[in-house]
Ligand binder design. Sequence first.
Ligand SMILES: Cc1ncc(C[n+]2csc(CCOP(=O)(O)OP(=O)(O)O)c2C)c(N)n1
Ligand SMILES: [Mg+2]
Length: 673
Amino acid sequence: MSPLATLAVEPSVPPEALRFPQKPSQEAFFPCAYRSMYLSRRLEERLFELYQKGYVRGTVTMGIGNEATAVGMSLPFRPGRDAVSLLHRDLGAHLVWGSSSYDLVCQYLANRESPTHAREGNVHHGNPRQRRFPMISHLGKMLSTVVGATWAARSNGEEVFGLAVIGDGGSSTGDFHESLNIASVRRVPVLFLVENNQYAFSTPAHMQYRCRQLSDRAAGYGISGRTIDGTDVWAVYHEVCQSLALMQADPQPMILECMTIRLQGHAAYDKAGYVSAEQMEENRLRDPLPAARRALAQACTMTEAQIALVEEQVDQQVHDAITRALAVARPVAPQVFPVYARSPNRPVKPYQARKVKNGDAVNCALAYLLESHPRAFMVGLDVGTYGSAFKTCKGLIERFGGERVIDMPLCESGLVGFALGASQVGGEPIVEFQFADFSTEAATQIGLNAATWYFRSGAEAPILLRLPCGGGLTMGAFHSGEFEGIWSHFPGLKLLYPATAQETFEALVAGFHDRNPCLVLEHKLLYWSKSGDIDFDGDLASVWRARRYTEGDDLTLVAFGAMVHETLAATAGAGVGVEVWNPFVLAPLDLAPILRSVKKTGRLAVVQESGESQGLGQHVIAAVARAGLPLKCPPRLISAPDAPVPFAPELEAHYRPNSQAILACLEQMVPAR
Ligand SMILES: Cc1ncc(C[n+]2csc(CCOP(=O)(O)OP(=O)(O)O)c2C)c(N)n1
Ligand SMILES: [Mg+2]
């Protein structure tokens, strides 16, 4: 193919000849590189116009000045094979990785053909099926997804690399560190590319970091790092190719810092008054586009007229994409927003065991899953040789090996991002938090990234997250939280809270097979104090239902976690007809069977271990009120007070609801027969 023919290709997927491990000449390189850079520049300029005219909402953050880095870093990679996360100045990179101008304009217009179905806007897009992970606003959070995907694909025998992009500002986030550290420890060949344009919004580099250059940080991870001129597209391309060759020979991450520029304010609304006129002028002289144009003319001995002709073709292409996209209808709101991916729930292998403690039920379920799913793997802290803090993972590493039962560095956010990325390439992650309390470290990854993944991209994010939770073990405020209130309030997450051995097994197996991020709360107090038989018939669909333990006509008692057992203890022999329910599936919460029970009994009490406003009890009571059910007496909530979990046993015993409190409530609510 002649260089000129390459220039006219649309979409601008680079020819094979430019991808690693090819070593193209500048003559072969520049037509494609310049075309992609020019297309990116023109498209962004037009998007900005569309924003000014009111067609594009939100804002536009532009990569004008960053095209050499965005295009140069992308051309060596293999779209659909390598994993990548791009940022808000990487429109040119999206074009190289497989987006078309038309798709991008539709995304910005948020019309009916937007790749995110108009559920997201501007830079928040990608294509997980092509391993181009969609951006979220929270800088740094995408990095670990690339590490996880690259690791999981490599574990599957694929020869792939990752490209994880971050800015100078984003390099200050904890996730930058967590992701680099995981990649380094697990030797995952991800190129951490820092687009250093010396500003984070208005904050200049000297207020962002004190090291000489950001690539110096590589030493802290035992890896190598380089800083190069990010306005020279050939230099960027060449350096990335070199890095890939090094990573191929010796798999480990690397940092490549590209010193790039921003020729506009941070976004459409920002006039960059904080950048001096001299600095802006200096930046303009470093504009990568004219430089690439000169290099193209030289490398390909193209005349001005020939280049102008190609530019005209690209202008026309941009014009056509915009004309077509503007004609597309506005999106129509669906009856129900598709928050959850559908899970087939096909029957799986049955399982039986006798007299199993709840903690052993966890172990049985994990072994069952690792045994039957070769791509299932566990990550957590001390889940390997130690067998996990509560010993629920005992023996697993011996059985399944250290590549499937993995002790991770202490970094919950990076760990969940890692699992999310792995789930996109066929890995089947099971994440253990040492304590549910530490899940707050990963709040963004769980509640905003994984939970909205399907809604935004249409790709499933099947991850199982295990949270040993709850109090009663004298562990104080940082090791006793229940968190069912928090985790049931993020759309897109599923949440299960088992109380018995059977339920524990079912919750883990059903949560694993579900196609959404699913959290299972495992009450620590029940691990070794409760036991029962497991008789799982393999019917996953039937797992997703509320559980009723007793039947009665006088009172409906709804209890969560360990409170199920306190409630059963209180009601046994109480001499009144109590229906004890465990909603079990806390998200999405289906209260219909419980409402039917309340309709029958006319009385409702909810027992939760969490503080009054922290749990789901108020929600259950509100549902009864909203259903307009006639009640014989006001509903009651038996809960801990709104206070952190106190430490001393005397204080904690006072804090946690118990069977006496439940019995007292029951006696007040139901008249003696
Ligand atoms: C965690 C987080 N905090 C704050 C913001 C708001 N924000 C968006 S972009 C930005 C500056 C980012 O700077 P940098 O990483 O250098 O990227 P650049 O915009 O310069 O390309 C900020 C503060 C954010 N997106 N994420
Ligand atoms: Mg910056």
